[in-house]
Design a protein around this ligand. Structure first.
Ligand code: AMP
Ligand code: MG
Length: 328
């Protein structure tokens, strides 16, 4: 078939004109924009984050507005190093143990907020606690390090939709309205583990690639599960991380009109999260494969069963929310 490349180029140029940020921006441009109170999408090892100065009400408000996120849902504050983190939160002994073992990395700790913390109240949605993480991605570290101040950064996608694991996902999701720094595909592909840290116990608020068992073995403290009534936040809403298509779980085959998202031997010839049944590979592929299948326009995505162990617990958590009734 003959492909008219020049026509295609003209069309792309026309589309690009309509987009404010059709292509990624540099780290120095991103830092300049953050300093001015603008929001910028940054790569992290979990998913891309929509960053804004955590001390700036206007920037934090822009994050909520850009995402269409309910304001009662607090944001995670991202720091470059432990000193920056200690300026905004109290660190009980258990928090120090966790920081030593897992930071920088995909662990968010919910800690008592310091009374002198330079944080917009919108970040914590008025709570006395603050959620903090030190991302491991070199570009995120460089951005926050150069800025010299913490950023608030939820996932860089419209609220309730699939999380972005590439710069293109962000450009698609916000229609090119938000500048993005391109750091390639995210290594983990699934949001951070969130743990509330008390003086002698931990509470798992969101499963992620760091498991409850790892948290317990590093600290020697018991790890409880949160009751869903306690915390109201997006990652804990029943319907979240949702594609446009319906999602049917634990499928062995695709029914008529469905597309199959395979795992291991199931769906060997379909889009497969990990043909070798490697859960880390599956986590990395989860959101981008759901997105690709969604773009086929199929009414339903049938998903093969995923073993509920290790990071499989986090994958099943996200899939259950993607499959949940969208009305509540
Ligand atoms: P997201 O930024 O979309 O990855 O989600 C942020 C998550 O952080 C929310 O779903 C909450 O579960 C959690 N979170 C943030 N701040 C707090 C806090 N102060 N207390 C409890 N959970 C929090
Ligand atoms: Mg999110």
């Amino acid at each position: 078939m003959f492909l008219d490349v020049s026509a295609l180029n003209c069309q792309t140029a026309r589309m690009n004109k309509r987009l404010k940020y059709p292509t990624p921006v540099s780290v120095s441009e991103a830092v300049k924009q953050l300093n001015n109170g603008a929001v910028v999408a940054m790569p992290t090892e979990t998913v891309y984050g929509l960053a804004g100065l955590a001390s700036n009400d206007y920037a934090v408000l822009s994050i909520y507005e850009t995402k269409g996120r309910p304001r009662f849902n607090p944001l995670i504050v991202h720091c470059a190093d432990i000193n920056m983190a200690e300026e905004i939160a109290e660190f009980p002994a258990l928090a120090h143990k966790l920081a030593t073992a897992f930071w920088p990395g995909p662990l968010t700790m919910v800690l008592p907020k310091r009374s002198d913390a330079q944080l917009s109240d919108l970040v914590t949605a008025g709570l006395e606690t603050v959620a903090i993480r030190l991302p491991a991605h070199p570009i995120a570290r460089e951005m926050i390090g150069n800025l010299g101040k913490p950023v608030a950064a939820p996932s860089a996608n419209p609220s309730g939709k699939l999380s972005p694991t590439s710069a293109n996902h962000v450009i698609e999701g916000f229609g090119g309205e938000v500048p993005v720094v391109d750091g390639g595909d995210c290594d983990n592909g699934i949001e951070s583990t969130i743990v509330a840290v008390g003086s002698d116990a931990l509470t798992l608020l969101r499963p992620g690639s760091i498991s409850a068992e790892e948290l317990a073995s590093v600290t020697g403290a018991p790890v409880g599960a949160s009751s869903s009534a306690e915390i109201v936040a997006p990652g804990m809403l029943k319907s979240h991380y949702a594609p446009n298509a319906a999602v049917r779980l634990n499928a062995e085959t695709a029914n008529e009109g469905e597309v199959l998202l395979g795992f291991g031997e199931i769906g060997a010839n379909a889009k497969n999260l990990s043909p070798t049944a490697d859960l880390r590979e599956a986590a990395k592929n989860l959101f981008s494969f759901l997105r690709a299948l969604d773009q086929t326009g199929a009414k339903t995505i049938a998903v093969a069963p995923i073993p509920n162990e290790g990071i499989g617990i986090a994958i099943n958590d996200r899939l259950a929310r993607a499959a949940a009734d969208r009305k509540d």
